[in-house]
Design a protein around this ligand. Sequence first.
Ligand code: ZN
Length: 218
Amino acid sequence: MKALLDRARSFRRRVDFESDEYRKLAVGQFPEALFITCSDSRVIPALITGARPGEIFELRNAGNIVPPHDAYGAASGEAATIEYALEVLGVQDIVVCGHSHCGAMGALKYRADLSGLPRVDAWLDYARPALAPVLRDGGGADGEDAPVRGVAAVSDDPALREVVQLNIRNQLAVLREYPVARQQLNAGRLRLHGWYYEIDTGTIHELDEDGGFEVHGS
Ligand code: ZN
């Protein structure tokens, strides 16, 4: 933590807060997109997209999950963030970005023993049922049936990739059911994007209209 703290304390000296860019930030924020992704420390939206301060609004949680808009009454951080992004900030693009080596999705795929993590277990219930088609062939990370303990660091095997990518599609489907999103989609003012990010190569696989993930550009 010391290195992080030192860098935080010197941050104001490393950035030109008198520049036009930073002066504008005091006026307000005008992000182009809402970026919904996993809490994983290896996924850094600003690094991936080259976004500057003020350019992307972020919503992060374990597994880049979008609970139903009425999932837990009014006190939903996810619903509040999505509502604010669309109604107040007027973002016209939402990215749901899942990633390789995802511990949350790995816990589901490899049927991790989550008995010591009841909140994680309950949270993943928002993703679990819709993933049933690709979880059926579960088992341990080595293909055996024994559940793995806790949320292990997992490799990017093709079976896990399938789970992560289906989860991205599923969460976009939930997002489309948000009244505020449906309204904007119907009005043609909102575009939804699904990204699968490979943390070890930096490759973005973009969800196409046919439901597949493709790599664009070089
Ligand atoms: Zn993750």
